[in-house]
Design a protein around this ligand. Structure first.
Ligand code: TYM
Length: 332
């Protein structure tokens, strides 16, 4: 029998999970466990590139694990773990730092954005973040890395590192492909349709654990435009706010843009915006309820992340040993 293909991805527990994380990433992770060998982790080591409150980071890391499971990632079928529990990430991260160029790292959009936002803390980790992310990926030799559009550049850089490393040492790493969804790959802020939905603008960000009435209020206040003649139509350049809402509605209902235009033909935003809100609320409701139930069972969560770290370390160690041998380190 052929070996299963491998999938891997991670999210930083630097804030509460939001609709962008769900539609751009997690939703595409679930329900693939039969087909793929899947690894998903809490990227806690990445979060300290920006200052974190330690107690909040610990709490959010466990909440994120409960939410992963509530989103349909069965720990019996997926390897779920905390990045800092698997030391091979830091170890391979160092090696790959030495195979990643200053110029490449300087071009990364996330570095440019974050260093503009945190001018008082432009640390080395923020700069070399993509080599650690390359290590996260390459330790598990995945075929696919399911991420939203904004992470594509980091996966492309990982591919460059693979090419460089394998060019010197032979076929050590498998070449990973980014796996970007058709709808939901770039969810924009509800109040800022020109920038991606992110926790840094909470009024325009819908969190997975948010109460239905708060979610509905955010959708009702979503920025659209003053078009009154046939307003619900897909025109991302001319009507970015509406295009974003259509994108979200398409992602949660599975409807096409044509079907959505037909559904709201002759109706205004007063009907459209709450309908999108309602569809999102119904998608998130079971996740919210299940996550709260799982989070209450600390012993269960501990069992999950311990077993996950053990399995992940075993696999990661195989790759790391191979790399250490190739670069010339003496075996212990
Ligand atoms: P992070 O934590 O910022 O985001 C996690 C995932 O959510 C996606 N995402 C979005 N998708 C659509 N619309 C949005 N508004 C939106 N906001 C976020 C991201 O594309 C991502 O898939 N560096 C990564 C974490 C990471 C990682 C990895 C990912 C560390 N190591 C290895 C994959 C493989 C990050 O900061 O994502």
């Amino acid at each position: 029998m052929d070996e299963k293909k491998v999938m891997l991805s991670g999210i930083q527990p630097s804030g509460d999970l939001h609709l962008g994380n769900y539609l751009g990433a997690i939703r595409n992770w679930a329900a693939r466990a039969e087909e793929y060998d899947c690894y998903y982790f809490m990227a806690d080591m990445h979060t300290i590139t920006v200052r974190q409150n330690p107690a909040d980071l610990r709490r959010r890391t466990l909440e994120q694990l409960a939410q992963y499971i509530a989103c349909g990632l069965d720990p019996e079928k997926n390897t779920l773990f905390i990045q800092s529990h698997v030391p091979q990430h830091a170890e391979l991260g160092w090696v790959l730092n030495c195979y990643t160029m200053f110029g490449e790292l300087s071009r990364m959009t996330q570095f440019k954005d974050k260093s503009a936002k945190h001018k008082d803390n432009i640390n080395g980790g923020l700069f070399t973040y993509p080599s650690l992310m390359a290590a996260d990926i390459l330790l598990y030799q995945p075929d696919f890395v399911p991420v939203g559009e904004d992470q594509k550049q980091h996966v492309e850089l990982t591919r460059n590192i693979v090419q460089r490393f394998n060019g010197i040492y032979g076929e050590v790493f498998k070449m990973p492909e980014p796996f970007i969804p058709k709808t939901g790959a770039r969810v924009m802020g509800l109040t800022t349709p020109d920038s991606k939905m992110s926790k840094s603008i909470p009024e325009g960000c819908v969190f997975l654990m948010e109460k239905p009435e708060d979610i509905q209020r955010k959708f009702k206040r979503a920025v659209t435009d003053s078009d009154t003649e046939n307003p619900v139509r897909y025109d991302p350049a001319g009507k970015p706010g509406v295009a974003n809402l259509m994108n979200i509605y398409a992602a949660v209902t599975g409807r096409s843009f044509d079907e959505i235009e037909a559904e709201f033909a002759g109706q205004g935003y007063g009907k459209f915006k709450p309908a999108v809100g309602e569809a999102v609320i119904e998608t998130l409701r079971p996740i919210r309820e299940e996550a709260a139930r799982i989070l209450a069972d600390k012993a269960y969560l501990e069992g999950v992340y311990k077993a996950g770290a053990e399995k992940a370390s075993y696999v990661a160690n195989r790759t790391l040993r191979k790399v250490y041998k190739k670069v010339g380190f003496v075996a212990r």
